[in-house]
Write a protein that binds this ligand. Structure first.
Ligand code: BDR
Ligand code: CA
Length: 330
């Protein structure tokens, strides 16, 4: 990936979604050409507002943002996760409101349009419930061929869930959509809790963001204060998981994966206690995961390097180069 590849981000912005967005803007390997929002951490309209405000703060006024599904395929939106992400989805941090609004089309329609504009090239990063992606598959049955690959933050392979003992939030929020997306015949990578809960951001990393001169890094540092507050009860110290930015970094090949077998994955859509579970067939682990017939989903279980330094380094490098072209101070 020498030239930046076109990327579509589908998100529920969200504190870690905000980090993923900043990472994709900063990465020299990604050209973010469109963003869709879906209800998850906050409702789809609120997620779009947060996304637009962040884009304005970062100086990207042209990337289209489309509001997607408010409700999952079955039932209605549950109201978000204010205890994790704050009432406004970004830890109560107040950003200057964007001068522009979302585009007229839905997130699914925008994805289909962009897949046609960049056939065989577009890469999708999905870091919220998969409702929009499933809708796009129904709108355009050729989507699986038009899209080069899709990377999904979601699920729990061997790790415990974070919503129920076995289900992770993005899958639990719309298991039917997740089942559809993971059953489709495309190049899919799943970044589950197994790897996102073991790569954390610590307080010294947050302090580094706060000390930055760039307003986006500062805002992210402030948001993380709220996120760390939630994770104290989970990790026993001020730090947080890095779900969404890790998925973004894996999608742009910014970090190497160490263990990522291609295996069969099914989503439980029953109404019993395992609803929303991603059932990953990892029985090949004792043989080093030989090819599995009919398997198309790469499940990332381990990465080969520390993630936090890569994340901070990528943000700093981008913001530094911006400073270099800024007007000299007189
Ligand atoms: C996922 O759920 C959301 O709360 C996060 O933004 C992330 O996408 C983690 O389970
Ligand atoms: Ca998310």
């Amino acid at each position: 990936m020498n030239q930046p590849a076109p990327f579509f981000l589908d998100c529920d912005t969200g504190i870690d979604d905000a980090l993923a967005l900043a990472y994709l803007l900063a990465s020299p390997r990604a050209d973010l050409v469109g963003i869709g929002t879906v209800s998850g951490n906050i409702d789809a309209a609120g997620g779009a507002r947060n996304t637009l405000d962040l884009l304005q703060l970062a100086g990207y006024p042209d990337i289209p943002v489309a509001i997607g599904a408010h409700d999952p395929q079955e039932g209605t939106f549950h109201g978000g996760a204010p205890h994790v992400h704050g009432d406004n989805g970004i830890g109560g941090v107040e950003l200057a409101p964007s001068d522009r609004g979302p585009v007229e089309v839905s997130a699914a329609e925008l994805l289909v349009q962009l897949a046609h504009r960049f056939p065989g090239e577009l890469r999708v990063v999905a870091i919220g419930p998969l409702t929009n992606i499933a809708e796009a598959l129904r709108l355009e049955p050729q989507l699986t061929e038009l899209v080069a690959e899709i990377t999904i933050m979601g699920g729990a392979a061997l790790a415990p869930g974070n919503i129920t003992p076995v289900s992770e939030a993005n899958i639990a929020n719309d298991p039917e959509a997740a089942a559809e997306v993971l059953a489709a015949d495309w190049n899919v990578t799943l970044v589950p809790l197994d790897v996102t809960m073991t790569n954390v951001l610590e307080e010294n990393h947050r302090q580094e963001l706060l000390a930055s001169e760039h307003p986006v890094s500062q805002a992210l540092g402030e948001m993380l204060g709220y996120y760390f507050g939630f994770y104290i009860d989970i990790f026993g110290r001020a730090c947080s998981a890095m779900h969404d930015p890790l998925a973004a970094a894996i999608a742009v090949r910014g970090v190497e994966v160490a263990t990522a077998p291609k295996v069969r994955v099914q989503v439980d859509t029953t109404t019993g206690p395992s609803r929303g579970q991603t059932v990953c067939d990892l029985r090949g682990q004792y043989l080093g995961f030989p090819d599995q017939r009919g398997a198309r989903c790469r499940v990332v279980l381990e990465i080969g390097e520390k993630f936090a330094p890569h994340l901070l380094g990528t943000l700093q490098a981008a913001w530094l180069s911006e400073e270099q072209v800024a007007e000299p101070v007189t």
